[in-house]
Design a protein around this ligand. Structure first.
Ligand SMILES: Cc1cc2nc3c(=O)[nH]c(=O)nc-3n(C[C@H](O)[C@H](O)[C@H](O)COP(=O)(O)OP(=O)(O)OC[C@H]3O[C@@H](n4cnc5c(N)ncnc54)[C@H](O)[C@@H]3O)c2cc1C
Length: 478
């Protein structure tokens, strides 16, 4: 006999928890299933540990490189193992508070690898569980590229940040070769470089970040990395790897030439794929897309009416992003839709405005469309890119690194997208996100009084540049 629940959830990440809590609010019973630490990627091996350690690396960097003449550089000693141990403490505490403590009463967890038995039943740890409704929230995992010899050498993935698992990295490597130039490569690359590792990034394209980002953003962060001594090799494809003593040697085609890179540790950061290939999905009868993503409609319903999916596992469908707030919002929507009295009461997902931040220093923050995406969507676009040196706050605090780019519809003036690289860009981008949500126009950014001097003023200044040369304005002038 299978245990019976109103909602069976595959996974226990932030998407799953949001769904379980929504089900609980509706008076339903929910069970989550998990084979790794409870709480999923964000708390255990993603957002939380990375942001914890990135800030520590910034403290080291800022002490060594004070921006102000008159401040003497100083060296902060580094005990990497102790730093990792405090990271683990932060994760344990947060996991307990925000995840484990919520499991009681109507919400339960079953540990073990979960697989479908039929569209309503899963098996986990030798137990069968049946749900009236099912949510698949199994997240994603690192993609392994086709590199000859990879299976024969030790390599790291973003799982190096994990806690309570053997993949956790506890010793600082002397050197780190990163394959990939996306957000994980940038965040971890700069962090390890600041801890003292010699970092080299192999980027496939002509600039960092590539697809989905403005080219100016990739170029700007690339210059900042170069200035910090992080080596980025552009137009580089890793072909093979081999072990040589304690080192790994990678052979790559870079700029048309074959080159070798010797490293103490190899980090593969070439993207993530949905976890749908090891859950017996065929027994659920659910349709899966080309890259392993679960196909869903805008109500997060799969091709089988009572089975829903949300979070990383749906990848970029309906303009979703693999990010915790997206999964959390969608997890709640999926659970409520699953129990909607009739389909007319289901809620559609809304992925039109998703602000995103890469926690490099300075931060990369984007929202809405790039110039290319705006044009492809049929807009006649105006856009402009300005250096952060035009922003009074950046000058005042002696950190003028970065750029801001705004994209708007030429005729209506509606702002379609903003990209920033700059100090506190991750905070300032929320003004742009709210503006996009309410379809604000260029003039709205100009008319809004901004606090002086803040980094958010960058938005006003780039908007003014539609009509005037912002280099010729006095402070706060419009
Ligand atoms: C290094 C890194 C940094 C990140 N930083 C940020 C950030 O700063 N901000 C942000 O918004 N996002 C960030 N992300 C992305 C974010 O972590 C994910 O988008 C989010 O955690 C996805 O949540 P989820 O619930 O969909 O999946 P997950 O949290 O991955 O949960 C899915 C769970 O399902 C389990 N599972 C899968 N298959 C099975 C199975 N067959 N049996 C049992 N259990 C199974 C997995 O073990 C996993 O715990 C980061 C990711 C990484 C890797």
């Amino acid at each position: 006999m299978a245990d019976q629940f109103d909602l069976v959830i595959l996974g226990s990440g932030s998407t799953a928890f949001a769904a379980a809590l929504a089900a609980q609010e509706l008076g339903k019973t929910a069970v989550m299933t998990e084979e790794r630490p409870i709480g999923g990627t964000c708390v255990n091996r993603g957002c939380l540990p990375s942001k914890n350690l990135i800030e520590a690396a910034k403290l080291i960097h800022d002490a060594r490189h004070p921006r102000y003449p008159g401040l003497q550089p100083s060296r902060i000693g580094l005990d990497f193992a102790a730093l990792v141990a405090q990271k683990d403490d932060v994760v344990h505490e947060y996991r307990k508070k925000k995840y484990e403590s919520l499991v009681d009463g109507r919400i339960t967890i079953e540990k073990g690898h979960v697989r479908f038995v039929d569209p309503n039943t899963v098996e986990v740890g030798g137990k069968k569980i049946r749900g009236d409704k099912v949510l698949i929230a199994t997240g994603s995992r690192p993609v392994l590229p086709d590199i000859d010899g990879l299976e024969r050498v030790p390599y790291l993935t973003s799982d190096l940040l994990t806690v309570d698992e053997p993949m956790e990295l506890r010793e600082l490597p002397k050197s780190l070769l990163i394959v990939g130039g996306g957000y994980i490569a940038l965040e971890l690359g700069q962090m390890f470089s600041r801890f003292g590792a010699e970092v080299t990034i192999l980027e496939r394209g002509p600039q960092l970040l590539g697809h989905g980002y403005e080219p100016e953003v990739g170029r700007s962060i690339g210059e900042i990395f170069a200035h910090e001594g992080i080596q980025v090799v552009y137009n580089a494809t890793a072909k093979s790897v081999r072990q040589d003593g304690a080192d790994v040697v990678a052979t790559a085609i870079a700029g048309g030439r074959e080159r070798e890179y010797r490293t103490a540790k190899l980090l593969i950061a070439t993207g993530r794929r949905p976890n749908t290939d090891n859950i017996g999905i065929e027994r659920a009868g659910v349709r899966v897309g080309k890259c392993g993503e679960l196909e869903v409609n805008e109500y997060l319903q799969t091709s089988v009416a009572h089975v829903f999916a949300a979070g990383d596992v749906i990848d970029g469908q309906h303009s979703a992003q693999q990010a915790t707030p997206v999964g959390s919002q969608d997890g709640g929507i999926a659970a409520r839709n699953a129990f909607a009295p009739d389909p007319s009461q289901m809620r559609r997902v809304d992925h039109r405005v998703i602000p995103r931040v890469i926690f490099t220093d300075p931060q990369v923050a984007v929202v809405g469309m790039t110039d290319e995406q705006g044009t492809a969507a049929g807009h006649d676009c105006w856009c402009n890119t300005l250096p952060m040196s035009l922003v009074p706050r950046a000058g005042a605090i002696r950190d003028t690194r970065g750029i801001i780019k705004m994209v708007a519809d030429k005729k209506s003036g509606e702002v379609l997208g903003v990209s920033m690289v700059g100090h506190n860009a991750g905070e300032a981008i929320h003004e742009a996100a709210m503006a996009l949500r309410f379809r604000a126009k260029i003039q709205d950014f100009i008319d809004l009084l901004h606090v002086y001097p803040t980094m958010a003023e960058a938005l006003k200044i780039v908007a003014i540049s539609r009509y005037k040369n912002p280099a010729k304005l006095s402070c706060c002038a419009e």
